[in-house]
Design a protein around this ligand. Sequence first.
Ligand code: CUA
Length: 307
Amino acid sequence: MLDPRSDDARRVEGLWWVLFWISCVVVAVVTGFLLAAARRRRAELHVDDDIDRRPVPWGDRFVVIAGAAIPGGILAGSFAFSLTVLNDMGSADDQPLEVEVVGHTWWWEVRYPNGAVTANEIRIPVGETVELALPTADVIHSFWVPELQVKKDHIPGADNRLSVVADHAGRFRGQCAEFCGLQHAHMEIIVEALPAGEFDDWVEREAEPASEPEAAEAEDGRRIFERASCAGCHTIKGTSAEGTLGPDLTHLANRETLGAGVAPFTPGALDDFITDPQDDKPGVSMPPTELTPDQVDAVVAYLTELE
Ligand code: CUA
């Protein structure tokens, strides 16, 4: 949050620093009074004649002013300032790129207007307004990528939206920020801002059907994938696999992580995940595999070709 990469995130950073310094002053003043009170009490117990034991000059009035009026003023001021900052946020662009980010327990489905569908990694063009529509497939989640924007909840039935403009290329890590069950902590999202041309190429490629398998083992893997229960939950465009419960795997090999951030995308990690997802991510909807180790190897050979 203190390394902002968008105008809105810079506004949030400014607000953060103002609240931080106000908090520092409050802590310092309260600590000062506490020490003074402790010293006074000590002097009373030890009947130390050096200490001034006259009554506090403002008496009860001091309690009202320092205990209610000043804190009330500070809180009201902070509230008004926060509202002003929030009000300044958002973009006036009337033709933003609309990307749907659907919260699932415990991963993110990402859908582009041209039909490209991916998971857990959103690519966006630098400098352009992207409007994220934030529905949920199940419970409340919260989309939070602190370098780019404030957080916003995915709430069943609500049409929550968040606009994002990244002014630097780069990868920004986000995290579900609303407790949503056992694997809430493993609900990571990566936003990668790419130069516009690179983004256009990527999103066009991502909308295409999966490539045909090249190696013989990958060919077997595709057949196994389509016949086994994999196809009941996952889609691979261009094949008979059209399940919608789990992430779309059409271009799986372009992703950098597995299971919304539980492991980096490598053939070994993919093999482990398919063999026993409950070991990597206990509670996840995907059951342990019914395939033999050789069949899993073939499926991994196929999936790692899906660029
Ligand atoms: Cu989704 Cu926490």
